[in-house]
Write a protein that binds this ligand. Structure first.
Ligand code: FE2
Length: 297
């Protein structure tokens, strides 16, 4: 214990369900990820019917690209990027909501950042010595149109038995109330998991399924917004998030973007059901945060 975090930090994570670690990544490391993400978008050729990432439940697009993105690098548009005629309203580079979900295993710079030994040490300090890197996202929170991410628990979307999903969220740019920083409910990780997000049917060879659905587990409401606290952090900060912690981020109506990179890990000892929306191809087994040359079975 305590290789990267001290006892006080570990105690705070256990108490609050989140932990802010200032100065985890250098300005240079942030700049490398930002440039890498921008290059991916530059090289991205939008399909005729692009995948839009909408955040409220009714509108969540569960199309083929989304369901196959667990083993890919895919770009998802902001819902507000298109006009009524379906045409992009602004340059492509200012229209992408996020890139996901296998950056850590398919892009050398994201791989280097994700499998940093000091991140594995932090994971071990909070009880995840056997963390596997499951899913990564580069989130743009674009100026003026950056979408809200409704209050949720990450275990809804990445479920293991028992719950082990843990988020490592890195501010690549300063995150403020103005540009849509994270908000979290202190202690909310000690409440029940409310919902599961599942693939609705078994996928065929092409990856098509009957879509996705939410299954309710517990009817108690997630915290109201006045129970959340804002996590305003500067670029380079790491925020660790327990998988049951309710968290939210607002729309970004400001002229400043709010780039972030997030890594979601699960414990190798936990079971990962096949109905999770995110599935990796058999050719891409998950890798250990601590020893990425060793792949999971
Ligand atoms: Fe989340």
């Amino acid at each position: 214990m305590g290789r990267a975090l001290d006892e006080e930090q570990i105690g705070r994570f256990d108490r609050d369900g989140f932990l802010v670690v200032d100065g985890f990544a250098s300005a240079e490391a942030c700049a490398v990820l930002k440039a890498s993400a921008e290059e991916i978008v530059e090289n991205f050729q939008p399909p005729k019917r692009p995948s839009v990432f909408r955040t409220d439940e009714q509108e969540r697009v569960s199309d083929r690209e989304f369901l196959q993105s667990g083993g890919r690098i895919s770009c998802f548009f902001e819902a507000g990027a298109f006009g009524d005629d379906g045409a992009l309203q602004r340059p492509k580079a200012l229209s992408i909501n996020k890139i996901g979900h296998a950056l850590h295993d398919l892009h050398p710079e994201f791989e280097r950042f994700t499998y940093r030994p000091d991140l594995a040490d932090i994971a071990a300090d909070i009880g995840m010595a056997d963390a596997l890197a499951l899913q990564t996202m580069y989130i743009f929170k674009q100026p003026l149109i950056g979408g809200e991410v409704g209050c949720h628990q990450d275990a809804t979307f990445l479920y293991t038995e028992p719950v082990t999903v843990t988020g490592f969220w890195f501010a690549i740019e300063d995150a403020t109330i103005e540009n849509g920083c994270l908000w979290a409910a202190p202690g909310g990780h000690r409440t029940a998991l409310r919902k599961l997000f599942k693939r609705a049917g078994a996928s065929d060879q092409s990856g098509d399924t009957a879509g996705t659905l939410f299954e309710e587990l517990d009817r108690s409401p997630l915290p109201a917004l006045d129970e959340l606290v804002p996590l305003e952090v500067s670029a380079g900060t790491l925020v660790v998030l327990h998988g049951l912690l309710p968290h939210w981020s607002d729309v970004n109506r400001s002229p400043k973007s709010r780039h972030a990179y997030s890594v979601h890990c699960i414990s190798a000892a936990a079971a990962y059901p096949g109905w999770n929306w995110l599935q990796r191809p058999a050719s891409m087994p998950l890798r250990s945060l601590a020893s990425p040359r060793v792949v999971s079975a």
